[in-house]
Design a protein around this ligand. Sequence first.
Ligand code: ZN
Length: 231
Amino acid sequence: MALIRWLGHAAFVVEVGGYRFLVDPWITNPLSPYRSVESFARDYQEIDFIVVTHGHGDHVGEAEELLKRYKRARIVAVYELAEEIARKAGAVDRSVPANIGGYIRLGPEIGAVLTPALHSSSTGSPTGVVILGEGKSLYHAGDTGVFGDMRLIHELYKPVVAMLPIGGHFTMGVEEAVKAVELLRPSIAIPMHYNTFDVISADPNRFAALVRERVPGVDVRILKPGESIRV
Ligand code: ZN
């Protein structure tokens, strides 16, 4: 059983195969139930992996502070970004610098693949990530526009869950995210990266309605910040 918990914006806690991942750890974003790393740490004793999809502040978030706080946690990101965050945190020995395209072995029967993302990044290339464990594949798209090779992500990894930005302006909006669902064909789609700020206002119910209409069989799960699902 994998557990996926949304903390608002693009931040997720993903527990799979006995490991805990924190993806795009802006855990103090305006929607988040947490206002500090300390309050987060009261709920989570250990983090195994911190994954940062790209070098923008709303995704790097508290990665540095978290790496300092969680002494066992390793940072997984595109090469330049992982090295930069690890260096700032004084944790170069816990950096997993990687790149887009192939399996990153993180432990026995747990791994990840960095995927392309159509976006920008202040350090390294922007990415998404597929987390692979328990025979399941969980895709977090990062910040991205829709792109045709999402079909390849479906063909190669068959994600059971797709976490997709729907807020527009910096990423896919609702229309494009529905197209992404069509290409990815997950069992469950979770909207993210919306309503954090006015500029990325979007209606997740409209996303759900359009997916129901155009890609029947996909379950859109609209999470409240702090809420989780098991898959
Ligand atoms: Zn971004």
